[in-house]
Write a new protein. Sequence first.
Length: 295
Amino acid sequence: MSWRMWLKLGRVSNLPTVWTSGLAGWLLTGAALDAAPLLHLLAALSLFYLGGTYLNDASDAQVDIREHSERPVLQGEMIRRTVALLGAAMLGLGVLLAFLLNIPAGLCGLALVLAILLYNWLNKQISWGPAIMGACRLLTYFLGALAVGKLSWPIMLGAFGLLCHVAGLTHAVKLKAYYRAVAVWPLAIMAIPVLVLMMMVALGDADAGLARVLLTGTMLAAYLLWCGGALARLFRRQPEDVSKAIVSLIAAIALYDAILIAATGAIDIALLAAAAFLATLALQRLSRALVQVSS
């Protein structure tokens, strides 16, 4: 199989959003960054994400014949069992890396694997599958925090906001496949992350400097405008608009993370997370271009 199809199978263009979530969970504990365990954490999160995407293609192969016939599993380039084995191996290695960080992180890694398996098993059978996908991202925050500290209310609140963001965009995926039959009103859950961000920014350090206030305010405005534009596309309920809205909302995860990181006072890391938002957009565009070249 070509390297382009490997990239497509793993949805690697969205990996920067996984890394920023791990960073946000870490920094919300108040701990300073430490290169070695941080790289360890990001490697584990990458394996969880890639393993989950591989298993998703393997478990949804029959459904994807109707809805996503462009997937590499369905083009004769990989057999379903191979994809599943690779996905399972990556999840197992991710759990091992998490336990090497510490026991709480390892247990969180196991919970993340369980959530990934539940989503792949139940998503097509239940209406609340998007909440399970949101829980996967929530556990990404928790794993970032447990790598260096303990869970606290800022971490849980920030993670809950991300859960709602991801649940909303996952519901939008159903609009893409069934845009004439799926209700739009559950997207109202997208208002919750906005409230969470406003609360976290308001409860930040009262002595924050002007640069931090301007940065968080600018990024919050950008998040509102960006997500608002994506939701406007969804309400047009046309397949092409829905596809563009989904990738936009995925990229916005990094922007959400950047705002929470800025609220901790880590301005340089917040700017890095904001750059990850732009990098995700660029990688998404590159991924689409490579697929077109290979098709």
